[in-house]
Design a protein around this ligand. Structure first.
Ligand SMILES: *[C@@H]1O[C@H](CO)[C@@H](O)[C@H](O)[C@H]1NC(C)=O
Ligand SMILES: *[C@@H]1O[C@H](CO)[C@@H](O)[C@H](O)[C@H]1NC(C)=O
Ligand SMILES: *[C@@H]1O[C@H](CO)[C@@H](O)[C@H](O)[C@H]1NC(C)=O
Ligand SMILES: CC(=O)N[C@H]1CO[C@H](CO)[C@@H](O)[C@@H]1O
Length: 556
């Protein structure tokens, strides 16, 4: 262990004392800062009566109002949030807590259905005004854990599955922008979930992932993201891309908070038969308990370094240096690093020889199935051809500047996911991603996990729905030049750009990954060292004890 690491370990011990819980000498209660507030901090403040859930809703709503015209992170706010919070406050004062997330505001990506006054648009006017028969299963489970769904987060429209369009843009929500440097491309497709959780517009967010859409934006927005194994969380009444790859998961600011959210939403669902692949039945592991001291001791972690060179966009020297020092931290915490392991399927997997022929046909079947589940379908859309027609003819949808290339291809080729050609592709891809990919490496090298900078890892885990967890690890230096994305619309590189360390492993190995990620996070605590340059101003101090005037407007 180097001197630097000893210092780091010392700082971690000093900082992990629960300073915020103590009232300062002045006697005035110190309320948690909403940029970083954890569930434990919020719950202890709520239980102590320092603030209420109504205060939280008012504070977060004010914060959304302060940044949303620039960042476009939130599409809708739940008009009933204050009254729901008031109900949760009265339950709390009579000692009746619904669950671990009691009275805590969460935003969900605007493809996760909620049977309330909010729409579920996937960012498109094609779904505005559509009604679903009930809550999506994950929204229901959030509410059963006590959470308040405060709003719907912007996203890359149709989760990025419509065509060649800047990440984070949707017709309904506008262009979402990242908060860490000027005109920051927000990545996606869970862009608004990333911005909302990272700038403290809610306690945390749910995103969805088909091929990196939770892990990648979590990395770019300085968050902990968990893309659960496909089948650990239900996709019922979530606007889909691919039944074989989609997964709903947490985007939060700490590993423990992400674990709380995962615990709330995981579990079997008769409406999503992929959940019957879970080995856990009703008894999902205790992901919160997995956040304990020594989760790295004795773990074997593989590093497929060759995968860093498989992309046209190679990691910078700076990123490699941080990555190598992260490996030192893993070793110092007791893990054994199997360096330079080889995943022989990775090259063919990552050059997309198969994946468009798996997820492309899936969406042609799965999106119409979503429409068929609607209770009201205002535009009478039932097929992909009708959906494309709507998008191409409604001026608000930005066509043709924003195209429909993914759907054009699917319609032209008559894609469907039951054809013999589809199964041949799926089998070929599964061989690369499984025996010649993660499962093969886990077996051959006796690994608990595989680690890489998140953006080099997430696509490897996508085809067979392997889990990924991303933890903040560093940021780009202040003198990093701005670089435009391929559309010339936003900057895809720049200074102060956060990035994450990503871990993947066997399917349904989330408990181990949470243990590992928690131990790494506690040994490094990078999140709070990286600060967004756009931040909302309102804090609980500005809200607590302040009255509403007769119009329901906040007096600040
Ligand atoms: C949902 O969409 C309808 C338009 O169809 C709109 O009137 C309503 O305000 C939207 N709900 C919210 C919470 O914005
Ligand atoms: C799983 O559910 C889908 C959609 O509800 C259905 O089409 C499919 O037949 C089901 N598969 C099995 C094996 O039950
Ligand atoms: C959808 O169908 C209903 C019932 O047939 C009809 O009343 C309505 O006008 C249709 N809406 C559109 C936008 O075509
Ligand atoms: C809640 C909120 O601020 N919604 C906005 C989302 O973005 C669209 C497009 O810019 C606005 O019209 C909404 O008011």
């Amino acid at each position: 262990m180097t001197a630097r690491h000893l210092l780091q370990a010392f700082i971690v011990i000093a900082c992990s004392l629960p300073l915020c819980q103590c009232a300062p000498a002045s006697g005035r209660v110190q309320l948690p800062s909403l940029l970083d507030a954890t569930l434990d901090e919020l719950q202890s403040g709520l239980n102590a009566g320092h603030f209420t859930s109504v205060d939280l809703i008012r504070a977060y709503t004010a914060r959304i109002g302060q940044v949303n015209s620039r960042l476009h992170a939130v599409n809708e706010i739940n008009p009933d949030a204050v009254s729901i919070a008031a109900h949760h406050d009265s339950l709390r004062s009579s000692g009746n807590l619904i669950g671990p997330l009691h009275g805590i505001p969460v935003v969900v990506k605007d493809n996760i259905g909620t049977a309330d006054k909010m729409n579920n648009t996937a960012g498109s006017f094609a779904l505005l005004g559509a009604e679903i028969p009930e809550d999506s299963t994950v929204a229901r489970k959030l509410r059963e854990a006590g959470a308040i769904v405060l709003g719907k987060a912007n996203l890359s429209q149709w989760s990025g599955a419509r065509g060649e369009i800047t990440q984070g843009w949707s017709a309904y929500g506008g262009q979402c922008i990242g908060a860490y440097y000027r005109d920051m491309d927000p990545d996606g497709s869970s862009s608004g979930s990333g911005v909302a959780a990272s700038t403290g517009l809610a306690w945390a967010a749910l995103g969805t992932d088909t091929s990196g859409s939770i892990a990648d934006p979590s990395s770019k927005h300085n968050l902990v993201g968990i893309k659960p194994t496909t089948g650990l969380t239900s996709r019922y009444l979530v606007v889909p891309i691919s039944e074989h790859q989609d997964s709903v998961g947490p985007m939060a600011r700490t590993v423990k908070d992400a674990a709380y959210l995962l615990a709330a939403i995981a579990g079997p669902d008769e409406h999503d038969n992929y959940t019957s692949a879970s080995p856990f039945g009703d008894r999902v592991p205790d992901y919160v308990a997995a956040c304990k001291g020594n989760g790295l001791r004795g773990r074997r972690i593989g590093v497929p370094r060759h995968m860093l060179q498989l992309w046209s966009d190679k990691p910078s020297d700076y990123m490699l240096e941080i990555f190598d020092s992260a490996l030192d931290v893993l070793r110092a915490q007791g893990a054994e690093i199997a360096d330079d392991i080889v995943l022989p399927g990775a090259v063919d997997l990552l050059n997309s020889k198969y994946s468009p022929f798996v997820t492309g046909p899936d969406l042609m079947v799965d999106i119409p199935r979503y429409f068929s589940q609607l209770k009201t379908n205002p535009n009478n859309i039932t097929t992909m051809i009708q959906l494309r027609e709507f998008i191409q003819n409604d001026a608000r949808e930005g066509y043709p500047e924003k195209n429909t290339a993914s759907w054009d291809r699917g319609i032209r080729r008559g894609y469907d996911n039951t054809s013999p050609a589809w199964w041949a592709n799926y089998k070929a891809q599964a061989e690369l991603a499984g025996p010649r990919g993660i499962a093969g490496a886990v077996d051959k090298y006796s690994l608990d996990a595989i680690v890489l900078p998140t953006e080099y890892l997430s696509k490897l885990a996508a085809p067979l729905g392997n889990p990924v967890i991303s933890v903040p690890v560093g940021r780009t230096p202040d003198d990093t030049p701005l670089e435009k994305n391929k559309f010339g619309t936003l900057n895809i590189k720049g200074p102060n750009q956060p990035f994450g360390l990503g871990f993947t492993g066997a399917r349904f190995s989330e408990e181990i990954l949470v243990e590992i990620a928690y131990a790494f996070e506690q040994a490094t605590m990078v999140r709070k060292t990286i600060v967004p340059y756009i931040q909302p101003k309102t804090e609980l101090e500005d809200i607590v004890g302040k009255r509403e005037d007769t119009n329901g407007e906040l007096e600040l």
